[in-house]
Write a protein that binds this ligand. Structure first.
Ligand SMILES: *Cc1c(COP(=O)(O)O)cnc(C)c1O
Length: 462
């Protein structure tokens, strides 16, 4: 990479294109109303720039499409399974790898075996499906991110770090109730913020003292490794694969969604060192997902993941990936839009509670902002706040720690001009922020309500 020029280009060119359908604002107002003001209920065709998630929405490479042609669909022991297994273990050398159709299946299997009533499972910040799968067993999901991680505007190089003292306190009191400690890299629900190697090491040391295993929720392991390379002393020259292997070396297992950093459209896995645990998990896998050499995936999916894993750790790709997210964040920050700082790896998070300070958390400022971004510019984002996390297991409702709106950037999918358009739309919405109104929920399911809840705008208070 010639470093004479400062523009960091997309390290690929376009080989196959997908059309985007342009819509009008009137059109979009109608569509979102019909969707009960829930962006999950929109038809994707009615969305112009889809930043709902970076999950499974990335563009596959020529080499991944080629690998798909090598997919072997044998029920048991397919060569595609062995290619997948090798690719996973090259980065995460755990003894047992259990393929699943996506990350939450790995979570459900693991927590059905090790969680349950009376158990507590700490994490820096639990992702929504992780929390839901833990709570579904009757256990408690506890967030122990450092204090800086809860302050959107506060700059810290590793805002995803776990509060090691808080973890030590918990384990000193009730280590017998803690079947596992989790660290999520990067910390998705906390702003896509990285966790330092030093922090992973420190958490490991505490886990060792109390003999509790440590697992990684490793969905964005490559982006986390790149942040370590950029920001942590001693890692600037290290190979990304080596950094990933070091992260894995402190853990006893992992859950994974291949729809994130592995650049695939579907897939996941659970990996563990413990033989007993692996056997129990495999038995559950066979019950609902599939045999242990495919776990609900087609052979071709296993191939795409295997190839994606090697592309995910390429320095040119990661440099572009992290910089393109930062490009969006920098532009919003310069214009005074409150965002979580510094930029996360896969997404930019607008601090809706601060931008829409006139809307109280229980009137869902994040929801109001997400709807406005869609109506104004056809951008689909997602609320990560009181709608997503405000409902407690006992049925009561309380404000979440933060009310954020996440704009996740699909991998290798949008160009810089798409992002320039997004910047223009966000600034237009921010300009008339004081006119936006809150929402109320008219219908919601008992769990993971953000996916299917229906909303109504509140009447103007003025
Ligand atoms: C996406 C994600 C999951 C769940 O994975 P799915 O493939 O969506 O089921 C778990 N943890 C984190 C941090 C994630 O980002």
């Amino acid at each position: 990479m010639p470093d004479r020029f400062k523009t960091i280009i997309e390290p690929f060119r376009i080989h196959s294109v997908e059309p985007l359908r342009l819509t009008t604002e009137d059109d979009r107002r109608e569509k979102i109303k019909a969707a009960g003001y829930n962006v999950f209920a929109l038809r994707a065709e009615d969305v112009l720039i889809d930043l709902l998630t970076d999950s499974g929405t990335g563009a596959m490479s020529r080499d991944q499409w080629a690998a798909i042609q090598h997919g072997d669909e044998s029920y048991a022991g397919s060569p595609s399974w062995f290619r997948f297994l090798e690719a996973v273990q090259r980065l995460f050398p755990f003894r047992h790898v259990i393929p699943t159709h996506q990350g939450r299946a790995a979570e459900r299997i693991l927590f059905s075996v090790i969680a349950g009533p009376g158990k507590v499972i700490p994490n820096n910040t639990h992702f929504d499906t992780t929390r839901a799968n833990i709570e579904a067993t009757g256990a408690e999901a506890l967030d122990l991110v450092i204090a800086e991680g809860r302050e959107p505007q506060r700059i810290h190089p590793f805002k995803g770090n776990m509060d090691v003292a808080a973890l030590e306190n918990l384990l000193a009191k009730q280590s017998a109730d803690v079947p596992v400690v989790f660290i999520t890299v990067t910390n998705n629900s906390g702003g896509g913020q990285p966790v330092s190697m030093e922090n992973i090491r420190a958490v490991r040391a505490v886990c060792d003292r109390y003999r509790v295993p440590l697992f990684l929720d490793a969905c964005r392991f490559a982006e986390n490794a790149w942040f370590i390379r950029l920001r942590e002393k001693g890692y600037a020259e290290r190979d990304v694969g080596d950094i990933v292997r070091e992260m894995a070396s402190y853990a006893d297992g992992m859950t994974m969604s291949a729809k994130k950093d592995p650049l695939a459209n579907i897939g996941g896995w659970l990996a563990v060192n413990d033989d007993d645990l692996a056997e129990k998990c495999r038995n559950l896998l066979i019950l609902t997902e599939g045999f242990s050499t495919y776990g609900g995936l087609a052979g071709r999916d296993l191939e795409a993941i295997a190839q994606g894993l090697s592309e995910a750790i390429e320095p040119d790709y990661l440099r572009y990936r992290i910089r393109s997210t930062e490009y969006l964040a920098d532009a919003l920050d310069r214009a005074g839009v409150p965002i979580v700082k510094p930029a996360g790896g896969h997404a930019v998070y607008i601090d809706a509670r601060s931008l829409l300070a006139h809307i109280p958390p229980l009137a869902y400022p994040g929801e109001a902002l997400a709807v406005a971004l869609y109506e104004t510019g056809g951008i689909r984002s997602v609320e990560i706040g009181t709608v997503m996390f405000g409902r407690r297991p006992d049925g009561s409702e309380a404000p979440a720690a933060m009310d954020l709106v996440r704009m996740a950037i699909p991998r290798r999918t949008y160009t810089q001009s798409h992002i320039d358009y997004v910047i223009e739309v966000v600034l237009a919405v921010a300009k008339r922020a004081s006119e936006l109104r809150g929402y109320r929920i008219v219908d919601e399911p008992p769990q993971l309500r953000h996916f299917t809840a229906r909303f109504e705008p509140l009447a103007a208070t003025r």
